[in-house]
Design a binder for this molecule. Structure first.
Ligand SMILES: [Zn+2]
Length: 218
């Protein structure tokens, strides 16, 4: 799971490498070509001071002092996930905790298990609270309806990945067949909720165009 700012940063460094490589073999280049490439390299490097930025607090992504050239999941300044649509704050916290637990595991497996269990419980609770809030606001709040739909689509994708694994083992494992049926049963209400959200979104869009647009909260 990578945020847009991650790919933007990565593309910039790849472009910089693409400019620096011919510069390093400068004997093959004439002076004007060297000057153009040199200016391009400087511009690309300087762009890191301005772009990309955190969408929440507008802090630049690159941490020059720490030699951190590519962003993680969360902003180093405000702590929010760069891409909250795809990575809710509680998922970012879970991933951080799991990483932390993996570090501890070598020296203290029991503590690592506790960290994992606590993080999973916290994740389930926070995820439940977020869903409940989104479901409450979705009927009249387009942003909430859109975010809830994104979350549900991610759920479906996750279950699809499980389905692929089960299908592979279905031939050798009789339990996998039952697992597939349970999976289907779990996906059905999610699909129904997405369909109902699509209707809500259509209704909200119709109401917005009735009002001449632009005046409702986003
Ligand atoms: Zn930030």
């Amino acid at each position: 799971m990578r945020s847009t700012v991650f790919w933007q940063s990565l593309v910039r460094w790849i472009a910089l490498a693409a400019v620096l490589t011919p510069l390093a073999m400068s004997h093959a280049l004439d002076a004007p070509a060297q000057a153009v490439l040199g200016a391009g390299a400087v511009l690309l490097f300087v762009s890191a001071f301005f772009w990309p930025r955190c969408p929440h607090c507008r802090t630049r992504i690159v941490q020059f002092s720490k030699r951190k050239w590519l962003p993680g999941l969360t902003c180093w300044h405000c702590g929010r996930p760069y891409d909250e649509d795809r990575c809710p704050p509680h998922l970012a916290r879970l991933l951080e905790a799991v990483e932390q637990a993996a570090k501890v595991r070598k020296t203290d497996p029991a503590a690592a298990d506790r960290l994992d269990a606590d993080a999973e419980a916290e994740f389930a609770a926070a995820s439940g609270r977020e869903r409940a809030g989104l479901r409450e606001r979705a009927p009249f709040d387009r942003a909430a309806a859109l975010r809830l739909r994104t979350r549900l689509e991610e759920d479906l994708k996750a279950l699809d990945r499980v389905r692929k694994t089960l299908l592979k083992s279905a031939e050798s494992d009789s339990q996998a067949g039952a697992g597939l049926q349970n999976l289907e049963a779990a996906q059905r209400p999610i699909r129904e909720e997405i369909a109902s959200l699509n209707l809500t979104l259509q209704r909200l869009a119709a109401r917005r165009s009735d009002q001449g647009g632009g005046l409702t909260s986003a």
